[in-house]
Structures are given as structure tokens and as C-alpha cells.
Design a protein around this ligand. Structure first.
Ligand SMILES: C[S@@+](CC[C@H](N)C(=O)[O-])C[C@H]1O[C@@H](n2cnc3c(N)ncnc32)[C@H](O)[C@@H]1O
Length: 266
């Protein structure tokens, strides 16, 4: 399987169960929006293009801040749930399209924003098309999500053999890395020539999950969704058994959210 066909196959899995995604996936730390608003005023004068809005995890806070948001979302079911979540905000609209295929409007945007979505866009298109969508000095903001060392570390170590058993793609002996060991993914943006200096901010935060909640979030991950059903169900049953029998029915996952921003050059 080529990298492109793998990406296109996996990125289409989210919309298979948009309600599950909406229920299970968390939003982003408040401080991220505070930091973003120091670069671009988030309010009624701010035209935002969001790429891959999902069911609106970041779209709702941007729309609630008063921004005029156009969100381009690949999955029709994801877009439908996003529209429902955005119903109180008439300044937000959701368009169903692959970002790569979407014709840019004539009026430029102040902010192009992607949360846990930029890596799903064709690397040959994503930076240049984002730059083309922005006014000069407009800001590209790319949010990425990492699972890092912390939280219920023993549980995650115990999960590894379950993954190795049910998912042959799992690297042997994998362990969580501390956030400080995870390099920033800024090289592509820095080398593009379309943007000025790249700034990176990081936020570490913990989220507690019951067994059911944790299984729900696992079921939203494209890699888990793409497993053959018997392997996926075996994996989830093994994880549920671990949480219930060895961790009292709840675990904590530590997230590291990275906000990478750069201003479009003139
Ligand atoms: C991991 S989800 C992130 C959703 C949401 N932004 C969030 O923060 O949870 C990735 C989203 O990007 C969408 N997506 C994937 N490829 C896309 C593309 N080429 N154009 C537009 N949306 C895309 C998927 O349908 C999915 O809703």
C-alpha cells in the first residue's frame, strides 16, 4: 500500500461514526486560544478557514469568540454533526470537500487553522494552499496531538503486549516518550518559503477515562478503526479487562497539544 492510498483510506474512517467522534474526542486547552489571540484577534473581524473541523472540537470555541469561520471537512457525517454543534453561531459554515479540491474564495482569510487534521492533507498541497488562502501577514496555525509519558504509566506499559498481540503494526517494546523527547514537526513549514519564523507552544494536560470512555476514544482512532474486526474487538476486550481488573475501572491519559504558528510572508 502506498503512503497516499494509506492516508486516503485512513482519513476517511472518522466519518464512519461521527456521533462517537463527537462524544469521545476532547477539545483543546483554553490557553491555546489565548495564545492564538495574541497573534490574530479572534473576533467578528477575523475570517478563519478551518481545515478538517471534525465535529467542531475547535470550531465551536473559534465561532464562540465571534470569528467568521468557514470549515472545510471531508466527511459528510462529520460536517452534519459540526453544523448541529455550530447552530448557535450564524457566522460559521461547514463545507463538505477535501481541502485539496476546494476552490479558494477570492476574499483572503486572516487565519488558517487545522486541529489534528493537517497531517491528513496531501503534503504537496497543504502549505502552499494555506498560504494562498491567507492575506499577507495572515497566520497559519497547526495544532497536533501527542500521547506522552505520564498519567497511568503502568497501564500503558501493560497495554503494550495486548497491542503487539492484536496489531502486527505495533512496534515491539514501544514505550511512551516524555513530551520533551518529542521533536517539533516544524521543518516543512520553516522550509516552505511561504511563511516567516515558526513559533511552537506546547500544553500538557491529563484526562481521566472510565473503561467505557477509554474504549470509545480508542474506537475513534483511524488505526484502530482500520484493524480487522476480530483483532479490533480482541484488542478492546483486552484493554477493557486491564482497566477493570488492574486499575479500578479508570485510567488517565496525558496529552501534549502543540500549537505551531507562522505568519504568511508578503
Ligand atoms: C482527527 S480528525 C480532527 C477533527 C477535529 N479538528 C479535532 O480537532 O478533533 C481529522 C479530520 O480531518 C478530516 N479530513 C481528513 N482529510 C481531509 C481533507 N483532505 N480535507 C478536509 N478534511 C479532511 C477528517 O474527516 C476528520 O474530520
Amino acid at each position: 500500500m502506498t503512503e497516499t492510498s494509506d492516508r486516503e483510506r485512513l482519513r476517511a474512517t472518522f466519518t464512519e461514526d461521527a456521533e462517537l467522534y463527537d462524544r469521545a474526542r476532547p477539545g483543546y486547552p483554553h490557553q491555546l486560544y489565548e495564545d492564538l489571540s495574541a497573534l490574530v484577534t479572534l473576533g467578528p473581524d477575523c475570517r478563519v478557514l478551518e481545515i478538517g473541523c471534525g465535529t467542531g472540537q475547535a470550531t465551536v470555541p473559534l465561532a464562540a469568540a465571534g470569528c467568521l469561520v468557514t470549515a472545510v471537512e471531508l466527511g459528510p457525517e462529520m460536517a452534519a454533526v459540526a453544523r448541529r454543534n455550530l447552530a448557535p453561531y450564524p457566522g460559521a459554515e461547514v463545507v463538505v470537500s477535501a481541502f485539496e479540491d476546494w476552490p479558494l474564495p477570492a476574499e483572503p482569510f486572516d487565519l488558517v487553522f487545522a486541529a489534528t487534521a493537517f497531517h491528513w492533507i496531501d503534503p504537496a498541497v497543504r502549505i502552499a494552499k494555506s498560504a494562498a488562502a491567507l492575506r499577507p501577514s495572515g497566520v497559519l496555525a497547526v495544532v497536533s496531538t501527542h500521547h506522552v509519558k505520564g498519567g497511568s504509566e503502568e497501564f500503558f506499559a501493560e497495554s503494550q503486549p495486548v497491542y503487539e498481540h492484536f496489531d502486527p503494526a505495533t512496534p515491539r517494546g514501544l514505550r511512551l516518550s516524555p513530551a520533551s523527547d518529542i521533536p517539533s514537526d516544524d521543518a516543512e513549514l520553516a522550509a516552505s518559503g511561504h511563511f516567516g519564523p515558526v513559533r511552537v507552544r506546547r500544553y500538557e494536560w491529563d484526562l481521566a477515562y472510565s473503561t467505557r470512555q477509554y474504549l470509545d476514544v480508542l474506537r475513534t482512532y483511524s488505526g484502530h478503526r482500520a484493524l480487522p474486526a476480530p483483532a479490533r474487538e480482541g484488542l478492546l476486550a483486552g484493554i477493557a479487562d486491564l482497566i477493570d481488573t488492574r486499575h479500578g475501572g479508570s485510567i488517565t491519559k496525558r496529552y501534549m497539544t502543540e500549537l505551531m504558528t507562522a505568519g504568511r510572508t508578503a
